[in-house]
Design a protein around this ligand. Structure first.
Ligand SMILES: C[S@@+](CC[C@H](N)C(=O)[O-])C[C@H]1O[C@@H](n2cnc3c(N)ncnc32)[C@H](O)[C@@H]1O
Length: 480
């Protein structure tokens, strides 16, 4: 199989040991399936292990798009003297509701659908994707996922949840943890009868050689049972103790349901907006290192600029190291507000103008569409708030939620790159007070109810903008 085919079909067969461990975990959840289905079965590792684990299941069905896998899987069952229906089928062209309706309950739909996103397929010219209007009248990609880029496993698992929504069924799938959350969010939003749900971490590096946060997602559906809006999270398949529960609250998935319930009253909005750092998409030109006497850009060129356009800068690493004042980084900031006319730099800062002109091509080639139709050399994320001397800042990228007080350096306000978020403050004491409230346990708990640490950018302005730090601060004063 070519590597393009492997990517297109997300063809990474689950190791037998992991399939066995997964089935053992499902057994310990006291499942008693009458039917077992593996919709993208490959060489059938899950179907085989599940059929061994659950002797109650008389009806076994495996499907895969790859005919050679179908032949191998069918032979495997024949050799073991076990009866199973193994069919060649494209998931996206199969009427799963009808196929599953023919099978006795309880159903166990188990497996490992392909971990590939549609945009990755686009880049290699592949299209193993749902069709917008096929014979089963599946809904369009965007309508199903709410986004134009998504993992096809998300589409598949959500589609399976829909297909069994009126049945007594368990869906148990290996997938990225972010996919698991989105599948749950979609099912909860549609009020599907989830009676129990769990996420068990798996070591995807050891099992599949990929560095992505992954899990076994298990969803039990039963419209006659009590519904739950929580999903238990366990560190791994053998964990005995619950790590925490995620939950569906106020129309979204929260990272820690207990903390969210506890701190919900202070999660109704920030009294002031958090800002993100400056976006320029041209670090080698706009970010400089050195001191006031010698500044170098990312090409190693000696750069001379008017002081009005140069500001001390911190990246995420500087914010996290909590030693902002030792940084030797600087940023060229050509505008004081978004959209400001940059033509005036020619007169006010001839050296800066000449430097920008010498790199005009590079700045013009910036790919993001936000720069189109804007004055040349434009940046984003600038406004009065950028130039306030005192700020409370946090990195959006690092897996920690400590807030740092950042004051002026060399008599100038420090600016941030766009991996950081900050709150402009009136003065040093306000910055210290707010940072102390935010670093206190209550705020950290409240925030941790919103943060998914496996996300590429765990902390965002949207998330920070939900925390009412003033209300929390008042509570602290009351408590002391
Ligand atoms: C990650 S592998 C998992 C295989 C098997 N479930 C396991 O766990 O070992 C994904 C499987 O999905 C199959 N597949 C990919 N796209 C498919 C499609 N559109 N319809 C059916 N099967 C598909 C691939 O052939 C591959 O066997």
């Amino acid at each position: 199989m070519s590597s393009k085919e492997r990517i297109t079909f997300g063809d990474f067969q689950t190791p037998t040991s992991l399939a066995a461990e997964t089935c053992d975990r499902l057994r310990r959840r006291c499942l008693r399936p009458a039917s077992i289905v593996e919709p993208t079965c490959g060489i059938g590792n899950f179907l085989f292990e599940a059929s061994r684990t659950f002797s109650t299941a008389n009806s076994l069905l495996g499907a895969d798009i790859n005919q050679s896998y179908i032949t191998q899987t069918a032979d495997r069952f024949d050799d073991a003297g076990r009866s199973a229906r193994i069919i060649q089928a494209d998931f996206f062209r199969t009427d799963w509701a009808k196929t599953l309706a023919a099978l006795p309950e309880p159903l166990l739909v188990v497996g490992n659908p392909p971990w590939v996103c549609n945009s990755r397929q686009g880049t290699i010219g592949a299209a193993n994707l749902p069709t917008k209007a096929n014979s089963n009248k599946m809904r369009g990609i965007d309508a199903m996922t709410g986004r134009s880029n998504f993992d096809i496993s998300e589409w598949m698992i959500s589609h399976l949840v829909e297909a069994v929504r009126d049945r007594v069924a368990t869906i148990a799938m290996l997938c990225k943890t972010s996919v698991a959350r989105r599948v749950l969010a979609s099912a909860w939003k549609k009020d599907r009868p989830i009676s129990r749900a769990a996420i068990y971490g798996i070591d995807s590096r050891a099992e599949f050689g990929v560095a992505v946060d992954a899990c076994l997602l298990v969803i039990d559906l039963d419209s006659s049972a009590q519904r739950t809006l929580e999903c238990s999270v366990y560190d791994d398949l053998s964990a005995k103790e619950l790590a925490h529960s995620i939950g569906f609250r106020d129309a979204r998935v929260t990272a820690n349901a207990a903390y969210y319930d506890r701190w919900r009253s202070v999660l109704q909005g920030s009294p002031r907006p958090w800002r993100s750092g400056i976006k320029h998409d041209c670090a080698k030109v706009m970010e400089l290192r050195g001191d006031a006497t010698l500044l170098l850009n990312g090409y190693g060129e000696h750069v001379v600029l008017e002081s009005d356009y140069v500001f001390p800068m911190l990246k995420s690493s500087g914010v996290v190291s909590n030693d902002p004042h030792t940084s030797d980084r600087w940023m060229l900031v050509p505008q004081r507000m978004v959209g400001e006319n940059t033509g005036q730099i020619e007169e006010r800062g001839p050296a800066t103008w000449s430097y920008l002109q010498s790199h005009a091509d590079r700045l013009k080639r910036r790919a993001s569409s936000i720069y189109r139709g804007r004055p040349p050399f434009s940046v984003f994320g600038v406004g009065d708030y950028t130039f306030t001397p005192w700020k409370v800042a946090i990195s959006g990228l690092y897996k920690q939620s400590r807030f740092t007080v950042v004051g002026p350096r060399a008599g100038k306000p420090v600016v941030f790159d766009d991996t950081c978020y900050f709150l402009p403050c009136a003065n040093r004491s306000e910055a210290k007070r707010i940072a102390s409230t935010l670093n206190d346990e209550s705020a950290q708990q409240a925030l941790s109810s919103l943060i998914f640490w496996d996300a590429k950018r765990p902390i965002t302005a949207e998330l920070l903008n939900r925390l009412d730090f003033e209300a929390l601060g008042k509570d602290r004063y009351r408590a002391t």
